[in-house]
Write a protein that binds this ligand. Structure first.
Ligand SMILES: Nc1nc2c(c(=O)[nH]1)N(C=O)[C@@H](CNc1ccc(C(=O)N[C@@H](CCC(=O)O)C(=O)O)cc1)CN2
Ligand SMILES: Nc1nc2c(ncn2[C@@H]2O[C@H](COP(=O)(O)OP(=O)(O)OP(=O)(O)O)[C@@H](O)[C@H]2O)c(=O)[nH]1
Ligand SMILES: [K+]
Length: 457
């Protein structure tokens, strides 16, 4: 299993009716093996590298299975860095299954999810941080997460990390040289020079570390619960934000009995929305289970959108909730603001000091205010277009490890310890940063990165 010398294949496009469907094959023998089922002007082995060629896929009895275009890549000039073939078939579920199974019959095995990208990494085509961003890119659901992942794919994080690493290595090597050969290398004044560098490195590293929470919100989306009394318009809000009728809307209170979830884009952000059952006392068994789940979802959520029906009076229940809410994670929507208003922001402010937005799921009023409120709560009001955010927990941990090692160096200097004392801490920081690039990373951690990938990537 998982042997890099084997030739692998997988569908690179979805298994569904579409214009074309692409099967990707990679490995030493990919060109000669696919040639067994290819018929064209020449053998696949005789085409020039990085060309696309017309022909047919035929079974072992010579029956035509599909009319295709086949791309031939020769190592190292391919995505994986290996010889690769891409078979562009007609995009039909049945055709693709047939061609893929023929490919397996030639002795090629099925690729595991992420295995192409993993090979690209193992063959030095991408470092680990670049490879990791491939999946972020595919999964990005908003402009901001897209921008961030394409930046990482282009080596933004790698370059930053490499620069700090090479500076650390330079200083550590200098100490070693000076200890070996004091006549030629002088450590006078070295500590203060290193202190300056330490400050610079730690500032850079802390900046990356502190971007993690926001980076993961961008990547994963903000877990958001929609709450409020029955009939305030929770399902309507979910439908409005998702742009389709996901939840049933009626004017009967208590319609929503279970949680309905959806991933919606709100400007730069993705919200993982949960519309919860109207929270209220109920004797209905099913509904009361929904209410319990709703209370749980509410406590797990990063953002709580609490709806109030502004055409109605505030209830005691509203007042109780409003007084308890944490304003760093709650936005109150005064819904139905298209109707004659009975409750305004000032009324709410007596109980809740956070963001209050006049909203209407019918006219769309308040949408921009809602976006701004989210931006305010989670991105201090400005999602910086030029800022880079780290998005993976692994990188977050590696950066923290590096920071700790550098802090040890700093305290060694402060305590007047001799230089040989802290070179090992410098090397530890160097090593931790290297893990981000995938240098000397244990196999299981590499596998962890690729295990989240989709098939054919
Ligand atoms: N059909 C197809 N489309 C695709 C990909 C793919 O693998 N196949 N990609 C991936 O999923 C992305 C593009 N990434 C790629 C990166 C490098 C090479 C490659 O062959 N590089 C060679 C040749 C470059 C050149 O001619 O200048 C090289 O770098 O040596 C191909 C695709 C998106 N679209
Ligand atoms: N005028 C007006 N009516 C709205 C608005 N939003 C929702 N409604 C109406 O309010 C009623 C209740 O809406 P729902 O979205 O089902 O409310 P809910 O909070 O999900 O209700 P439960 O399932 O009972 O918890 C429906 O008749 C909606 O059409 C709004 O912004 N303005
Ligand atoms: K309802």
């Amino acid at each position: 299993m998982n042997n890099i010398s084997e030739t692998i294949a997988a569908l690179a496009t979805p298994l569904s009716a579409s214009g074309i469907g692409i099967i990707r094959v990679s490995g030493d023998k990919s060109i000669e093996l696919v040639d067994k089922i290819y018929r064209g002007k020449k053998h696949l082995t005789d085409y020039d590298a990085n060309t696309i060629n017309y022909g047919h896929i035929v079974d072992f009895n010579g029956n035509v299975i599909d009319e295709v275009l086949v791309s031939v890549f020769k190592a190292p000039h391919s995505y994986t860095g290996e010889d690769s073939v891409e078979v562009n078939c007609h995009g039909g579920i049945y055709v693709l299954r047939k061609v893929l199974s023929l490919i397996f019959d030639t002795g090629i095995r099925s690729a595991e999810p992420g295995e192409f990208s993993k090979r690209a990494f193992l063959n030095g085509r991408m470092d680990l941080s670049e490879a990791e961003s491939v999946m972020d890119l595919i999964e990005s659901g908003s402009e901001a997460s897209y921008r961030n992942s394409i930046r990482q794919l282009s080596g933004f994080l790698s370059k930053k990390v490499k620069k700090i690493r090479s500076e650390i290595l330079h200083e550590a090597a200098f100490v070693e040289a000076a200890l070996d050969d004091p006549e030629h290398y002088n450590l006078d004044g070295f500590d203060s020079k290193l202190s300056v560098a330490l400050t610079r490195w730690t500032i850079e590293i802390k900046k990356l570390i502190s971007s993690y929470r926001q980076g993961s919100l961008l990547k994963e989306g903000i877990n958001t619960v929609i709450s409020g009394r029955p009939n305030v318009g929770k399902s309507s809000l979910l439908n409005f934000l998702s742009g389709h009728e996901k939840a049933i809307v009626t004017d009967i209170p208590g319609t929503t009995r279970d949680m309905i979830e959806d991933r919606v884009v709100l400007g730069d952000f993705v919200l993982n929305l949960v519309d919860t059952a109207g929270i209220r006392k109920t004797s209905d068994m099913v509904e009361s289970i929904g209410v319990k789940k709703a209370i749980k979802a509410q406590s797990d959520a990063e953002l709580n959108l609490y709806l109030v029906d502004s055409s109605d009076n505030l209830s005691d229940e509203d007042i109780k909730f409003l007084s308890d809410f944490d304003r760093s994670s709650t936005i109150v929507l005064l819904n139905k603001s298209d109707l004659v208003s009975n409750v305004d922001s000032d009324d709410i402010c007596r109980y809740f000091k956070g963001h209050v937005v006049e909203f209407s799921t019918i006219t769309g009023k308040g949408l921009d205010d809602l976006k701004n409120a989210v931006s305010d709560l989670f991105f201090d009001g400005n999602l910086d277009n030029d800022k880079f955010y780290i998005t993976s927990e692994q990188n977050y941990n590696y950066l923290n490890d590096a920071l700790k090692s550098l802090e040890l160096v700093r305290s060694s200097i402060a305590n007047g310890l001799s230089e040989d004392f802290f070179t090992s801490d410098l090397y530890d920081a160097y090593k931790s940063l290297g893990f981000i690039l995938g240098e000397e990373v244990e196999d299981d951690l590499v596998n962890k990165v690729f295990s989240d990938f989709c098939m054919g990537k």
